[in-house]
Ligand binder design. Structure first.
Ligand code: 4NP
Length: 150
């Protein structure tokens, strides 16, 4: 059973979608998926209503999720840690204690566009179109991850 952690800044927009999408593609008995943020301003909150809405539109329910902050303990609790953008990625590498920790951290869009170091744009300050774009990027990336894990 692989344990996958999705990480963004607030854990209310991008990583909750990534968690919900990947979970929808793989049986819960085969993978455990969680998400976390590098910042703690939204800890305990539901996902952003715009993320809830776009997920709902594609028949994925993310309303059971609550935001939490990434902790260094997560390096022990997960096998694969996917960062949404370079800022999250650098933050995670900064907390990694050794090579084993570092090897777990990946930019999620490199699953889709290998070695291009592309970022999932932060949709927080934009409009609903940004959430659709984020959804499509994560849908495609999670399809690749699901193929790798099953
Ligand atoms: P997320 O989006 O990192 O995809 O959850 C954001 C959520 C909140 C903020 C920024 C980005 N914020 O500044 O509060």
């Amino acid at each position: 059973m692989k344990r996958v952690l999705m990480v963004c800044l607030g854990n209310i927009c991008r990583s909750p979608l990534a968690e919900g999408i990947l979970q929808s593609k793989i049986a819960a008995s085969e993978v455990s998926v969680d998400s976390a943020g590098t910042a703690s301003y939204h800890v305990g909150n539901l996902p952003d209503p715009r993320s809830v809405e776009i997920a709902n539109h594609y028949n994925i329910d993310i309303t059971g999720q609550r935001a939490r902050a990434f902790t260094s303990q997560d390096f022990s609790n997960f096998d694969l840690i996917y960062a949404m953008d370079l800022s999250n990625y650098k933050y995670l590498l900064g907390l990694a204690k050794n090579k084993t920790d570092r090897a777990k951290v990946h930019l999620i869009l490199n699953e889709l566009f290998p070695n291009q170091n592309r970022e999932v744009p932060d949709p927080y300050y934009g409009g609903t179109q940004g959430f659709e774009e984020v959804y499509q990027l994560l849908e495609a990336a999670c399809s690749m991850i699901a193929i790798k894990l099953t």
